[in-house]
Design a binder for this molecule. Structure first.
Ligand code: AMP
Length: 125
């Protein structure tokens, strides 16, 4: 099923280049389904990005096109990253920006994981 409003995957986007090892990252987790690394411009004491290994432009693309194994493997990895960073207690926030109104900048699906302080309201007011 085509996903409206999304372009084809760009193999030269910055996260594709990180996955290929062409650009360095501060890696925190790596498995068959996901890679996690520190955001280059952190918005909280802990700000980690979790990305799937597959070529998915956005959450819309990933949720529509990924296999059951990729879906399960990726979201289990997000939880594993949070546990690895010892964030379950006192808690954290996950967020995915999608498309223009979501403010997505990098066209490879990613989940932001924020923690390390009380994070305040969900959206800027
Ligand atoms: P988004 O607006 O959801 O697409 O977020 C993209 C995020 O990627 C931003 O928080 C950037 O700071 C982050 N980012 C961009 N380039 C890099 C990079 N080379 N390494 C780590 N994080 C990056």
């Amino acid at each position: 099923m085509p996903v409206p409003g999304l372009g084809p995957y760009d193999d030269n986007n910055i996260f594709a280049r990180i996955l290929r090892g062409e650009i360095p990252c501060k890696r925190v987790y790596d498995d068959a389904f996901a890679l996690a690394f520190h955001d280059i411009n952190p918005q909280a004491p802990v700000h980690v990005l979790v990305i799937p290994k597959g070529r998915y432009v956005s959450f819309a693309d990933f949720s529509a096109g990924a296999s059951e194994d990729e879906l399960a493997g990726f979201f289990r990895a997000v939880g594993a990253v949070a546990r690895h960073l010892e964030l379950d207690q006192p808690g954290y926030r996950i967020l995915a920006n999608m498309g223009e109104h979501g403010g997505q900048e990098v066209p490879h699906f990613h989940v932001h994981l924020f923690g390390g302080r009380p994070l305040g309201p969900m959206l800027a007011r």
